[in-house]
Design a protein around this ligand. Sequence first.
Ligand SMILES: *[C@@H]1O[C@H](CO)[C@@H](O)[C@H](O)[C@H]1NC(C)=O
Length: 122
Amino acid sequence: MRTQMPSVLPLPLLLALLSAVTLQSVAANRGPYPPPTGVWNRIKKVDDYPVPEIARLAVSQHNNRTGNSLEYIRVYRGYVDGPFYRLFIQATDHAKARRYEAVVRDDLWPKMRQLVYFRASS
Ligand SMILES: *[C@@H]1O[C@H](CO)[C@@H](O)[C@H](O)[C@H]1NC(C)=O
């Protein structure tokens, strides 16, 4: 016996599906890098959430990718542009505290934080 599929989805379900698809493609279409506006806005209080958390994640992802074992000390300067955080981080390689620059993409939906780059800073 064949079951008949309803030809029209209930409207609320249809709208929910459409907005999910739209949000997803918006997230995917924001290119990986560079940032949308190219204007880095200085973060006044880099000790405030979520900046230190993002900085720690940058160090952790960098360590995982490279096999290094840098240890996070602090973030001393930061900028934001759209979903991108550009953070200047002090970390130790267990010999000496050094300065690094990291860019992390922080997406709220779908929730994801991704290290874009991590490099030594002068
Ligand atoms: C790095 O690897 C460790 C050990 O596998 C894991 O616990 C941690 O979540 C990883 N960090 C990131 C940011 O992926």
